[in-house]
Design a binder for this molecule. Structure first.
Ligand code: SAM
Length: 508
């Protein structure tokens, strides 16, 4: 049903369905937080899934479906479902499934309420990234109903959403842009451009709101650089409700869910670093009430986005297999100083470097890895995890089936890179997840597959579609400089990225 908004004197605004932007499709990102195996590693014996074994996974509001399709390719032993109300999104997900022969992926364009009423299996994992705070109260209630009906006892929910107080300063900016868009002319893209220009004019006239909130100007300048598909979905929905953690926790409690861990390694590291401060500030109340402690954490970090893992009552204890780690970054990527989430981390550089060097030749069990490291081994692994330079990986059983379906999807993605800059990751049969690869990297890999020169291949492909990579954020003006830039990128890619991609089975 098209509902749209009634703007003052402008009639119904088209381009929204159930208050959600549908005129412009969403971006084509890969979200690592959606990967099942890092979730299982964190949960240990409380995990509803065991490495490499079958499971049922559902993503609600999957956008273009790229993350979901990639996970289906990397885990052919499991079954994947998902819905999105935007039929163009669902068509794109089907295109990926058909092109890569993913018979374990089924997608639907039903809204949350109808999807909750559909005949579906009981899921081990239900994931929602960037959905909860972008839909209205009614849709949030429908999501809870879905979880109540379709999540197994002991099942896991991943929820990524905009959180308060991290967004507090920017709420009036969004309201201003929305008010401008409602009163604008033309299609959604034109209205969005008009709304940004309106905000910029106010800023230029020294509006008090911008003066007392200087970070809003920085944000507005950044927004003016972002593509319209991101802006449309991030800021121009009828519903946009950054939420306090305590309110989200209360809503999910009605489906028997409670917070069990942070979904991102960096946030878990920061959580440990902040735990003493939280007890000092919040006293016994924070010790007794984990939701209150989380609220304090959000004030301490002022982070804008949470990635939460909730678990449903009724989990049994599972045997925890030995941990195995794979490198997802090269030893040369290891920094001597780093910030994790919002805080600096001490990097035990030499030991961490030694661990990553060993992992270049392939995954190792944790015990095996530690036996070759000095006394800082545990700290080094924790740091590498927090920096997301290592990832848990799957047993070798089932590797060849995973490799086959990953290669089918990866071939499709390499071919897609010839004409489009989207879907910036490839599937890995080793981790059962994704690994970031940008468009130029995919063009280099396509050249290697067809036995052509990587630099010339990338150069000709890009020039053919009239596109050039940027240098220091600026366009390159001549073809010669473009070729030279691609040559430099190939040097780095061949040394640092290719060995990792090959070891992970994401490149041949
Ligand atoms: C901000 S986007 C996030 C997409 C994706 N999860 C991602 O992070 O890339 C929110 C998604 O929720 C979908 N959506 C909004 N309302 C919905 C509803 N009532 N039922 C199903 N999907 C909905 C939208 O079409 C959109 O793809």
């Amino acid at each position: 049903m098209k509902t749209g908004w009634t703007g003052p004197g402008k009639g119904i605004m088209q381009g929204w369905t159930d208050g959600y932007v549908t005129e412009i499709g969403y971006t084509y990102s890969f979200h690592p937080e959606l990967q099942p195996w890092p979730m299982a590693e964190v949960l240990g014996k409380r995990s509803p899934i065991s490495p490499g074994e079958p499971f049922d996974y559902c993503e609600l509001g999957f956008g273009q479906g790229f993350s979901l399709a990639l996970l289906a390719a990397a885990n052919p032993q499991a079954r994947f479902w998902g819905n999105d109300i935007n039929t163009a999104h669902v068509e794109h997900a089907r295109w990926l499934a058909d092109g890569a022969g993913l018979s374990n992926l089924s997608v639907s364009s039903l809204g949350f309420a109808d999807y909750a009423a559909a005949d579906l299996p009981a899921f081990d994992i239900v994931a929602l990234h960037g959905v909860w705070s972008w839909v209205g109260q009614q849709q949030r209630a429908e999501i809870v109903t879905f979880l109540d009906r379709h999540l197994k006892p002991g099942g896991l929910v991943y929820l990524g959403y905009n959180v308060l107080p991290g967004w507090a300063q920017y709420l009036p900016l969004r309201e201003l842009m929305l008010a401008g868009a409602k009163r604008g002319q033309g299609g959604l893209s034109a209205r969005i451009a008009g709304a940004l220009a309106l905000a910029d004019r106010l800023r230029a006239h020294d509006a008090g709101y911008f003066r007392v909130n200087p970070t809003v100007t920085t944000r507005l300048e950044a927004l003016m650089e972002r593509p319209v598909d991101y802006l449309a979905h991030e800021y121009f929905n009828e519903s946009w409700h950054p939420a306090y953690f305590t309110d989200v926790a209360q809503a999910l409690a009605s489906a028997g869910l409670r917070l069990v861990a942070q979904g991102r390694a960096a946030d878990r590291w920061e959580e440990a670093a902040l735990s003493e401060i939280i007890l000092t500030v919040g006293g016994q109340t924070a010790a007794d009430d984990p939701n209150f402690a989380e609220l304090l954490r959000d004030y301490l970090t002022n982070r804008p986005f949470r990635r939460d893992l909730f678990i449903r009552d009724g989990s049994g204890d599972r045997a925890v297999p030995e941990r195995r780690w794979a490198a997802v970054g090269h030893p040369r990527d290891l920094p001597r100083r780093a910030t994790v989430a919002t805080r600096p981390i001490d990097v035990p550089f030499d030991t961490a470097h030694a661990a990553l060097t060993v992992l270049l030749s392939g995954p190792r069990t944790e015990a095996d890895l530690l036996s070759g490291l000095d006394g800082e081994g545990q700290a080094a692994l924790a740091t590498l995890r927090a920096l997301e330079l290592i990832a848990p990986c799957l047993p070798d059983d089932g590797l060849s089936a995973r490799q086959e379906s990953c290669s089918r999807l990866n071939d499709l993605l390499l071919a897609d890179a010839a004409t489009a800059d989207r879907m910036p990751a490839l599937a890995s049969p080793v981790t059962g997840g994704g690994i970031a690869v940008d468009r130029v990297g995919k063009l280099f890999l396509a050249a290697l597959s067809s036995g052509t020169d990587p630099v010339l291949h990338a150069f000709h492909r890009l020039e053919k579609v009239g596109q050039r990579v940027l240098r220091d954020g600026k366009p390159i003006t001549t073809a010669d400089r473009h070729k030279a830039e691609l040559g430099e990128r190939w040097e780095v890619f061949a040394k640092r990225r290719l060995p990792i991609l090959q070891m992970l089975g994401a490149a041949r």
